[in-house]
Every structure is written in structure tokens, then in C-alpha cells.
Design a protein around this ligand. Structure first.
Ligand code: AMP
Length: 286
């Protein structure tokens, strides 16, 4: 497994592979890898085949964190991540530093950002106004470094995948975006690097996100239901958990992300819930 630490180094590898007609599958991550990430790596491998190359990037991108967020304490375990990548048959890991991604950012030496202006406004963008600007910027930079033919994102971050898909089309990146299903713990909690922050009480109550999804799915299975009614029900479910505080719950069209007033099969739902300082998100098709 190769390790590249600069955009130039991973581009060099990618160009050599491409000269031989080899396809490149790419999985961007912030590390502290779990089974959800592994499932994305396997999707990438299936898409490019045994003759293809799979690249994983591990980079905790500072520009997608607001000053009050968890950048400095975001969990990290590089040795374990590299072991997992090796075990999954990853061909190369791109491991850039802040200094190579944003040279001189604090001293005004970096000043270019990519902004999506529609899909990124609601939900996560509403709660974290500068978040998607950081995401689209870093993903554009990663695409330019890794030169992938396909890139795999998780349905766990549905809005992010929609924003990236739009950016990829709008900016003519010559690659395909794949979205892979959400991997869950046995009790339904979506796997996330941030789950490690939860204390036992919070961890027990965190199942409320997937329970809310299941309950709404059950309710709209036979007839359409006003979004306000479902929202009230989710608010009640979350209020019943002493350690939880609802940030938002939205019902929307899965492609346009436009809110729907009457929720039915085919609509999608997303929610964000705080447990102390930890903010968990989940979403699912109804
Ligand atoms: P992160 O390292 O959390 O930024 O996530 C990197 C990629 O893995 C993103 O495309 C996420 O959507 C995806 N991902 C994170 N958690 C899961 C999960 N539980 N199941 C599937 N994909 C996930």
C-alpha cells in the first residue's frame, strides 16, 4: 500500500496508473475508520475491479469545522486506520497535512473556495452555515489530487452526497459519484466516528434517531401524512430522551432536497440530535 502525503505525489501515482488504462476508485474520509468506511472501500473496489486501484484519503479538513466545533478533539488513530486500509486491499492512502492543503491559510496565503448555492443551504447548512463551503472546497481539491474515475460517498450524509454530486456536474469533474448505504450498529445507530464521544447514557438514547426514522417510515407506509404531524411526533420522541436535544428534523424530496408538506413513500427524512456537545445525524428513505 502506497502512502502519498502531497497532491503532487498522489497525482504522480494516478497519472502512471491512468497511462496503463487503470481505473481509480476514491473514498474520501476524515479517518478514525469504522465498518461504514470499509463498506465504501468495498463498493469502490467492486466498481474498479481487481485491475483497478482504490485510493482512500484521510484528512480532518479544518475548513468544514466552525470555530466552536470539534476540530481539535476529532478522534484520530492513524495506525489503526492504515491497518484497516491494508486489510481492505486499499492501493494508496492520501494523507495530506493542513500545510499542503491550505498553505499559508492563516497568513492570507490561501483564498480560493468552492461554494454550492442551493442544495447546501438547508438542514446541515442551516445548522452549520460554513460547513458545506469547506466540504465542497476540500472535495474539489481531493478530486484534483487523486484524479478518480469514481468516488464513493455514504448515504449517512445524504445532503453532502447531493451537494457533491451537483458540484461534480456543475464544475465538469470527469468522474462518477456513487452513494453507498448507511452501515449501522446492531441496535440501529448509524456508525460514525463521533459515536466515540457518547457516554453510556447518551449511547443508549442515541438509538432514538433510527427509531424515529423507522416510526415515520411505518406511518407513511399506507397514506400520506402532513410533515407538521410527523415533526411533532419526532419532537416528542426526542424530548422523551433526557440526554437528547433535537436540532432539526426535515422531510424532503430525495433529489432536490426541497421540503415536502405531505410526506409519503419516496420522501426522505433527515434529523440531527445533540447529546451534550455531540451532534449526531441520520436520514433514510420513507
Ligand atoms: P467521515 O469520515 O465521517 O467524513 O465519512 C467519510 C465517508 O464515509 C462519507 O462519505 C460518509 O458519508 C461515509 N460514512 C460515514 N459513516 C458511514 C456509515 N455509517 N455508513 C456508510 N457510510 C458512512
Amino acid at each position: 500500500m502506497r502512502i502519498a502525503k502531497t497532491p503532487a505525489a498522489i497525482q504522480r501515482l494516478a497519472r502512471i496508473w491512468k497511462q496503463d488504462g487503470v481505473r481509480i476508485g476514491f473514498v474520501p474520509t476524515m479517518g478514525y475508520l469504522h465498518e461504514g468506511h470499509a463498506s465504501l472501500i468495498r463498493v469502490a473496489r467492486r466498481r474498479v475491479g481487481t485491475a483497478g486501484k482504490v485510493v482512500v484519503s484521510i484528512y480532518v479538513n479544518p475548513t468544514q469545522f466552525a470555530p466552536n466545533e470539534d476540530l481539535s478533539r476529532y478522534p484520530r488513530d492513524l495506525p489503526r486506520d492504515l491497518r484497516m486500509c491494508r486489510a481492505e486491499g486499499v492501493d494508496a492512502v492520501f494523507l495530506p497535512s493542513d500545510a499542503v492543503m491550505y498553505p499559508g491559510r492563516d497568513a492570507g496565503g490561501y483564498s480560493t473556495y468552492v461554494v454550492e448555492e442551493r442544495l447546501s443551504l438547508g438542514m446541515e447548512g442551516g445548522s452549520r452555515p460554513t460547513h458545506f463551503r469547506g466540504v465542497t472546497t476540500v472535495v474539489a481539491k481531493l478530486f484534483n489530487a487523486v484524479l478518480p474515475d469514481i468516488a464513493v460517498f455514504g448515504a449517512k450524509d445524504w445532503q453532502q452526497a447531493a451537494v457533491i454530486r451537483r458540484m461534480t456536474a456543475d464544475l465538469n469533474f470527469p468522474l462518477r459519484i456513487e452513494v453507498a448505504p448507511t452501515h449501522r450498529e446492531p441496535d440501529g445507530l448509524a456508525m460514525s466516528s463521533r459515536n466515540v464521544y457518547l457516554n453510556p447514557e447518551q449511547r443508549a438514547q442515541a438509538v432514538v434517531l433510527s427509531r424515529a426514522l423507522r416510526e415515520c417510515r411505518r406511518r407513511v407506509a399506507r397514506r400520506r401524512i402532513p410533515a407538521t404531524e410527523l415533526r411533532n411526533q419526532v419532537m416528542a420522541m426526542v424530548s422523551a430522551c433526557s440526554a437528547a436535544r433535537l436540532d432539526y428534523v426535515e422531510f424532503f424530496d430525495p433529489d432536490t432536497l426541497e421540503p415536502v408538506a405531505r410526506v409519503g413513500k419516496g420522501s426522505r427524512m433527515a434529523l440531527a440530535v445533540f447529546f451534550g456537545h455531540t451532534r449526531l445525524i441520520d436520514n433514510g428513505g420513507l
